[in-house]
Design a binder for this molecule. Structure first.
Ligand code: LM2
Ligand code: CA
Length: 484
């Protein structure tokens, strides 16, 4: 389950957080396909509870596995999956399978199913009290998780009071597998597994073992879904470790964004990035999905605090450029909507029961409250850089012993970054074939034109770079796909 099921030559996914299915279908056709993205992580597609003012977090409270949410119904979902697959963009669904709604309250979900968190009744599945962990499995005084040093408590008690499914039961495993198989049969390429830390690895393996192969007309025969499990392990002393999960699927790597934030915030000198990757306490490169921020930690939730986000665009772009230039991990871009940081609950731009359309401006950027980091030039051009250099190693590392760094990827690409307090003026060995290259940070390469800076690589592979540290984009990236 660890192989991303991308179409050939594509190597990054984007989380289109809270987008509607109809907008994602269009985005695949008009942007993600043409610009080389591998796929989209979508918000949970299953029925969720309805909370006043419609905060985003209601989608992390399942009511049933019917495929109707504010993003659209099953018909729209299927249309999106088909249209994205047709332009070689895969869909990865956020699977919320550890729990149902908060254990208390009652109501109707987004598909109209009743639910009762007091009696643990979810007839839309159906699940009843027997399908949830009770005092037999969870030994904390109020059934909630408090002690992260106790693996049993973290996995058998309630995460923020959410009704905790008894995944040891075959019936519960079957219902969840039936839901995931429904999505597989509709054509998704895999799953992000929410709150994996709160589920026993053995239970997850048992569920994954029930999964169908992906649709062969899209993915070929005998291809398993790509699965990346959300395990918040920051390398501290908690009982649960990412490596318990990496033997059978990938994990989301939370050390990655935390450490890069420290570097780009000038807490750790950039020169130390020369050995970025496993040496920094992260899992094997083939076992991780990496990202600068996600929908939780950009709001101070789940492992939040200190990560870089779109609210700090200069540092955020630099960190993202580094992520995409470096071979470590499978990369995910966050695509946000704007919100006031004093209200982390705020849902996406909406009119009550419907999410608003994403609007696209003539400069490729988004409007209407949608941030669309994936459409920022520096980011989408580095997604293309990564596709071009894939399979090569870091070479020709250079640093000024402080915050100026540069490195190449085989003989295919080269990046120079200046986070220091003075100008960078250097002639460096790029490893690239001679030619005139287009800097894809300051502009775009539109064959045969370059709207950015031009860099000349000589017959000896060397090129001169000059970067003002006070510029909004103090970096230069060149690759053989953007050579004049
Ligand atoms: C995740 N990963 O493990 C998601 O990425 C994260 O966004 C989810 O939490 C969490 N797990 C559960 O799926 C979010 C949000 C929580 C919120 C839950 C459920 O970060 O704050 O909890 O969704 O909506 C909310 C309230 C909480 C309340 C709970 C149950 O914030 O105070 O607990 O609902 O009613 C009493
Ligand atoms: Ca659990």
């Amino acid at each position: 389950f660890s192989n991303p099921t991308c179409a050939p030559g594509r190597h990054s996914i984007v989380h289109l957080f809270e987008w509607k299915w109809s907008d994602i279908a269009q985005e695949c056709e008009r942007f993600l396909g043409p610009y080389g993205y591998c796929g989209v992580q979508i918000s949970p597609p299953n029925e969720n509870c309805v909370i006043t003012n419609r905060p985003w977090r209601e989608r992390y409270q399942p009511v049933s596995y019917k495929l109707t949410t504010r993003s659209g119904d099953e018909h729209r979902l299927k249309d999106m999956i088909d249209r994205c697959n047709r332009v070689n963009v895969r869909i990865y669904a956020d699977a919320v399978i550890n729990h149902m709604t908060g254990a208390g309250g009652s109501g109707h979900g987004t598909a109209g199913s009743p639910w009762n968190g007091q009696t643990l009744s979810y007839p839309g599945v159906p699940f009843s009290g027997w399908d949830f962990n009770s005092g037999n499995e969870c030994h904390s005084s109020d059934m909630n998780i408090h002690n992260y040093n106790d693996a049993n408590e973290v996995r058998n008690c309630r995460l923020v009071n959410l009704a905790d499914l008894k995944l040891g039961k075959d019936y519960v495993r079957d219902k969840i597998a039936e839901y995931l198989n429904h999505l597989i049969d509709l054509g998704v390429g895999g799953f992000r597994v929410d709150a994996a830390k709160h589920m026993w690895p053995g239970d997850l393996r048992a569920i994954f073992a029930r999964l169908h192969n992906l649709k062969s007309d899209v993915f070929g025969s005998n291809v398993k879904p790509f699965i990346y499990q959300e395990v918040i392990d920051m390398g501290g002393n908690e009982a649960i470790k990412a490596h318990e999960y990496t033997t059978f699927a990938r994990v989301t790597d939370f050390i990655f964004g935390m450490k890069l934030a420290q570097v780009f915030r000038h807490k750790i000198a950039a020169k130390w990035l020369y050995n970025w990757g496993e040496s920094w306490g992260q899992p094997n490169t083939n076992n991780v999905v990496v990202f600068i921020d996600n929908h939780d930690n950009q709001r101070g939730h789940g492992g939040g605090g200190g990560v870089l986000t779109h609210f700090e665009p200069k540092l955020y772009k630099l960190a993202t450029e580094f992520m995409l230039a470096h071979p470590y991990g499978f990369t995910r871009i966050m695509s946000s909507y704007d919100f006031d940081r004093s209200n982390t609950n705020l849902g996406p731009p909406h009119d009550g029961s419907s999410i608003k359309d994403v609007t696209i401006n003539s400069d490729l950027k988004c409007g209407g409250g949608w941030t669309c980091e994936h459409r920022w030039r520096q980011i989408f051009n580095m997604v293309a850089f990564r596709n071009v250099v894939m399979g090569t190693n870091v070479q020709n590392w250079w640093d000024n012993t402080n915050y100026q760094i540069a490195f190449g990827r085989g003989n295919k690409g080269f990046i120079v970054m200046n986070m220091d307090s003075s100008r960078l003026e250097q002639t460096l060995q790029t490893g690239l074939p001679a030619g005139t290259y287009c800097d894809v940070i300051s502009g775009n390469y539109e064959d045969p034109n370059c709207t950015g800076k031009m860099i000349n690589v000589g017959n000896d592979g060397r090129a001169h770079f000059s970067i003002d540290n006070s510029s909004d984009d103090p970096s230069i990236a060149i690759h053989i796909g953007a050579r004049k």
